[in-house]
Ligand binder design. Structure first.
Ligand SMILES: [Zn+2]
Length: 251
């Protein structure tokens, strides 16, 4: 029977059968894949740790006819601090869900893999919402959907003013002339400028950037709507907890 190694992160783990779990892994070399971890819900299972969400491990996987099966797992990092704090858990879950929603199986993206791993490490130390926002912007950029910020997504003119309009449909901010043709929502110029910094800054130093409660809410909500529009899937974890769940009103 064929076996292969996967240097991968667990981005989803759901119960399956009586004692198994189906893992969605994002691997460095193969991109997203699924494998069954057998018996891991039994209390004495030695593979238990490897079936936990966010675990980064070297998986040895048996290729099956219908489903592949995890036969060995050597954890490299389990991110224990993500579980001690609700905001950190929500942000890490937000990253895992965003990665799952935005990718299709068997499409490797090493840069995205590296970014995801880095951000999980950063969530353990930095403001989790800051890391999540920066992750979402960078993921969209890596996948070719970088939002146009501060210039019109339709005609390209640079936009000034205190309040701008962001349109998920158009893929960014819109000038006064172009906003008629799209649906969108108000966003303050400060939030737009901050999003540009979240893309450009060295990610390991984003904790030096300062934002406030309304910017955080506005940015998370804008990004959630943008991603949901692009991939036509709801980001459930983003709608829970304190991650920008408040309705700021639509245009
Ligand atoms: Zn325009």
């Amino acid at each position: 029977m064929a076996v292969y190694h996967a240097d991968a992160l667990v981005i989803r783990s759901r119960e399956f059968g009586e004692s198994d779990r189906v893992l969605t892994l994002f691997s460095r070399e193969m991109g997203k894949l699924q494998a069954v971890a057998k018996g891991v819900r039994k209390p004495k299972s030695r593979q238990r740790a490897g079936a936990q969400l966010f675990t980064y491990a070297d998986f040895l996987i048996h290729k099956g006819k219908t489903m592949d099966t995890v036969s060995q797992c050597s954890p490299r990092e389990s991110f224990p601090h993500l579980w001690y704090d609700l905001d950190r858990s929500f942000a890490a879950t937000g990253i895992a869900e965003l990665l799952d929603v935005s990718t299709i199986p068997a499409q490797p993206n090493q840069e995205l893999f590296g970014l995801t791993l880095t951000c999980l490490f950063l969530i353990e130390q930095f403001d989790p919402a800051l890391v999540l926002s920066s992750y979402a912007l960078r993921l969209m950029t890596l996948l070719g959907y970088r939002p146009r910020l501060g210039e019109c997504a339709e005609c390209g003119v640079s936009i000034s003013g205190e309040r701008l309009v962001f349109s998920s449909e158009a893929g960014g901010t819109l000038c006064g002339d172009c906003r008629e043709s799209y649906s969108g929502r108000w966003i303050r110029a400060g939030s737009v400028a901050f999003m540009r910094q979240l893309i450009r800054a060295d990610i390991t130093k984003i904790d030096r950037l300062r934002w406030n409660a309304w910017m955080q809410q506005e940015i998370l909500e804008t990004l959630r709507l943008f991603v949901e529009h692009k991939f036509e899937r709801p980001l459930k974890s983003w709608r829970m907890g304190s991650l920008g769940a408040d309705d700021l009103g639509r245009q």
